[in-house]
Design a protein around this ligand. Structure first.
Ligand SMILES: Cc1ncc(COP(=O)(O)OP(=O)(O)O)c(N)n1
Ligand SMILES: Cc1nc(C(=O)O)sc1CCOP(=O)(O)O
Length: 585
């Protein structure tokens, strides 16, 4: 009878100079056991068999003291000699079938897989768990076959829980591997619906059972501390991941006008910080937009001050408009700082499809941290989808035929039309856009806003079309970027309000009506409220008699942004008014 194994923090060892240094492996593993690793794999690619067996025996003794299973990498003979709990086999090692025949039914056999097909075969051959990778590029193992990211890992998890999959597939345990550390583990587990003991929470995806880690523990100078930190991040990720603002759960329906007005009131009351790492073109306009909607802007591209700024309960906008390799390093520092404290982060992948450098920058940023909202025009969101390995709809050719993305689409991705500069191309039908935005939001477990004549907003559960706005917005450079600033201010306000709602007075004059309504301002509500504030103000500004074109529109727009906020705060713009103005379905 195989014991129930907790795969949540799976330590894979490494004895190389670069990672272990000149320390003693047994002592490092013992410290990791004290810190709370739940399963250990001895992985040593160079030692002779005699040495392998000696070290494996010593490790097994230690693991037994902590009642933790020991697995041997690659070598069935060593596992047999030591009598430990099992083996881990790669695609080029002994087959799972042969290993099972040798080891018998009571031993644990793990298999490395990087595709749906490899997973299917490993399950069929009787593996107990799958090591799914490579999740992210890692210095620990340079010659990995495929970097599959969150989307590739999810594809495998989805295939295992597919209604037509076998009972064994539905039951098999899974860990992800490659580039996992304390800064990204919660986001990764969140995006992979971590659940330590199988019980597929959302039925469409099998939750991951744990994370396999090498360097973040073995290379640490304090393996006990590194392990216990990782363990506590894993444990809290099932309750509430620290990178998510509290109460930011997916909204199941179209937010009510009162909730949207409450978001504006909350913004006014909290005067949140919006930290903009934005492009050179829009710095001034973005700061003015922030001031007029009722936020406090800071335009800082220095990542080293992000930790201090993140402590001020604001939100971060990362806008790739004029980014450089040096800027990417600064963005990384800032994203990590905001993720560490649960501050909202908005990614505006400006011109993401325009050049190879921008495509690379986008892939880099998507691996760096969690984005609460990703906002972009159609071309930019298509690029995010491609970077996330999500099947994208076929662009409209000369005729109007399109396909809807489906998880079973061919791996041959249709190439989106080359983006020219930062302008968007318009190639998809509305249903295709809806489907793409929803799929992307649910895959990345964040909120996506695709802007255009009709904006599409989705958190993967609720998908909305927003038809407000005015064409002048498209004739002033950088207005799209300043929408990112507006979203950040609303998210920061909602996050701050939700974390203090229990202590605030629910019936302040002109304030949100109840604690519940403050709590209900989740990401989708805050993002929708910000888009409506921005776009209805644009409509009002454009209708002003003084406005003759895009030039005179800008000052009128700033006035209208402030007037919207003042109207809501003073109670002149209420529920009925908003119901009549919002064009959302
Ligand atoms: C848990 C886990 N997953 C994957 C691997 C990789 O194993 P393999 O493909 O055999 O590659 P090497 O480890 O031998 O380089 C693993 N070891 N553990
Ligand atoms: C041993 C191993 N196997 C991988 C795979 O993709 O199969 S990645 C990897 C190394 C993971 O190291 P770290 O946690 O330091 O990034």
């Amino acid at each position: 009878m195989k014991p129930e194994v907790d795969y949540s923090l799976y330590l894979v060892t490494d004895s190389t100079e670069a990672i272990l240094g000149n320390r003693d492996l047994i002592s490092v593993v013992e410290q990791a056991l004290q810190g709370g690793v739940t399963i250990v794999q001895y992985r040593d690619k160079t030692s002779d068999t005699g040495v392998l067996i000696r070290i494996a025996r010593a490790l097994h003794e230690k693991c037994k003291q902590y009642s933790i299973p020991l697995i041997i990498n690659d070598r069935v003979d060593v596992a047999l000699a030591v009598g430990c709990e099992g083996v881990h086999l790669g695609q080029d090692d002994m087959s799972v079938t042969d290993a099972r025949n040798i080891l018998g039914p009571s031993k644990i056999i793990g298999a490395t897989v990087s595709s749906v097909e490899e997973a299917r075969i490993a399950v069929e051959r009787g593996a107990d768990y799958l090591g799914i990778g490579t999740l992210y590029a890692t210095n620990t193992k340079k010659n990995t076959k495929d970097i599959i990211g969150i989307a590739g890992t999810r594809k495998i998890l989805e295939s295992l829980s597919h209604p037509t999959s076998s009972a064994a597939a539905k039951q098999i345990k899974t860990v992800c591997i490659g580039g996992i550390n304390a800064t990204n583990i919660q986001r990764i587990l969140y995006q992979l619906h971590y659940s330590p003991f199988s019980s597929p929470s959302p039925p469409t995806i099998k939750p991951i059972s744990g994370a396999a880690i090498v360097s973040a523990i073995i290379a640490s100078s304090t393996p006990k501390h590194a392990s216990s930190l990782l363990r506590s991040l894993i444990t809290t990720s099932t309750t509430h991941p620290t990178f998510l603002p509290s109460n930011f759960s997916p909204s199941p329906s179209l937010p009510s006008p009162q909730t949207l007005l409450n978001a504006t009131l909350t913004l006014h009351k909290t005067n949140p910080l919006t930290h903009n790492m934005t492009n050179l073109v829009v710095q001034n306009l973005a700061a003015n937009v922030a001031l007029n909607i009722g936020a406090s802007p800071i335009m800082s591209t220095n990542g080293t001050e992000a930790r201090d700024l993140a402590a001020l309960h604001g939100a971060l906008v990362v806008n790739m408009g004029t980014s450089t390799p040096e800027a990417l390093t600064q963005y990384k520092l800032a994203i990590e700082a905001y993720n560490a404290v649960g501050g909202p982060v908005i990614l505006d992948p400006v011109g993401a499809g325009a050049t190879a450098a921008r495509k690379d920058a986008l892939r880099f940023l998507l691996g760096v941290g969690y984005f609460t909202v990703i906002k972009g025009n159609e071309s930019e969101i298509l690029e995010v989808a491609r970077a996330s390995h999500i099947p994208i709809p076929i662009p409209i050719p000369s005729s109007s035929s399109t396909t809807t993305p489906s998880p079973s689409s061919s791996p041959e991705q249709p190439q989106p039309q080359q983006q020219r500069g930062v302008d968007s191309t318009h190639t998809l039908t509305h249903p295709s856009k809806l489907s793409l935005v929803k799929t992307l939001a649910s895959t990345l477990r964040c909120t996506i806003l695709m802007t255009g004549p009709t904006d599409i907003l989705s958190n993967g559960t609720t998908t909305l079309s927003i038809k407000n706005g005015h064409e002048y917005l498209g004739r002033v450079t950088g207005t799209g970027c300043t929408l990112g600033t507006t979203i950040s201010a609303y998210l920061a306000a909602a996050a701050a309000a939700s974390s203090t709602s229990s202590s605030s007075s629910p019936n302040d004059s002109h304030g949100p009506e109840s604690k519940d309504e403050v709590k209900n301002i989740g990401v989708l509500e805050a993002a929708l409220a910000s888009v409506l504030h921005f776009e209805i103000a644009a409509e009002d500004a454009a209708a002003s008699l003084d406005v003759k074109g895009a030039g005179s529109f800008v000052p009128a727009f700033l006035d209208a942004l402030a007037a919207y906020r003042e109207g809501v705060v003073e109670g002149r713009l209420g529920e009925e008014w908003l119901r009549g103005r919002m064009r959302v379905e």
